[in-house]
Design a protein around this ligand. Structure first.
Ligand code: 5GP
Length: 229
């Protein structure tokens, strides 16, 4: 399944299930720690979570698709969206502007879907202030800094100076790890994916999030027990 098949923009079809308010799952990490891969796999294996597609002023990488990985926009459009309050959060990262369009997120949440965010700590911070009760934050760490550098170079989609800048910024990003609810050290992708899934499943079952349980338990207790079973 390509990453773009279930983004917040494609929510209409699923809007029947509103008995549960969706949760917001934020994945943050320094560039190259494997967060995007974990996000993509989570999406592939779970139909109740959609990806929030950010807007960015960064140039498109060869492998990226408009509307799937990002909406690539110019600075003027970005400023207009921000000033109109169209962004749930926004931040400057590695010299470019990134932001989360608000409307698709609200639509997904109110139709009972979970929303996955690939945003940095500044964005996570803003979302935490705006909607604390719906938020679950996961930070992904590389096993070693050497491995992080190697992954950035292996990706080979960015120019050397861009890679150097991202590596230099990594330490600063990692320093925010304490703001997160969960930390995954991404040594092995399969294991990290299982961990992310376990977090998602457990968070969904939190009593405070399952408002439909009231009705379920009421019905359970009012049930006549059939004898002879
Ligand atoms: P990249 O340029 O590698 O796609 O992303 C750079 C960083 O920006 C990543 O850490 C990513 O999580 C973050 N990012 C992407 N979209 C957003 C967004 O909408 N808001 C914020 N705050 N950060 C974002």
């Amino acid at each position: 399944t390509p990453i773009g098949t279930r983004t917040t923009a494609a929510v209409t079809a699923a809007s029947a299930k509103s008995e549960r308010r969706g949760l917001m799952l934020v994945l943050s990490s320094p560039s190259g720690a494997g967060k995007s891969t974990i996000a993509r796999h989570l999406m592939e294996q779970d139909k109740d979570i959609v990806l929030s597609v950010s807007v960015t002023t960064r140039g498109r990488r060869p492998s990226e698709i408009e509307g799937v990985h990002y909406h690539f926009i110019d600075q003027e459009t970005f400023d207009r969206m921000r000033d109109h309050g169209d962004l749930l959060e926004w931040a400057q990262v590695h010299g470019n502007c990134y932001g989360t369009p608000k409307a698709p997120v609200e639509k997904a949440l109110s139709s009972g879907l979970d929303v996955l965010f690939d945003i940095d700590w500044q964005g996570a911070d803003q979302v935490a202030k705006a909607m604390p009760q719906d938020l679950v934050r996961i930070f992904v760490l590389p096993p070693t800094m050497t491995e992080l550098a190697a992954r950035l170079e292996r990706r080979a989609e960015d120019k050397p100076d861009v890679i150097a800048r991202r590596l230099a910024n990594a330490r600063g990003e990692i320093s925010h790890w304490r703001d997160y609810d969960y930390v995954i050290i991404n040594k092995d992708l399969q294991t990290s994916l299982q961990k992310a899934q376990a977090i998602l499943y457990a968070e969904r079952m939190k009593r405070a999030r399952t408002t439909w349980l009231e009705a379920f338990v009421e019905e359970l207790l009012s049930e006549e027990i059939e004898s002879g079973g």
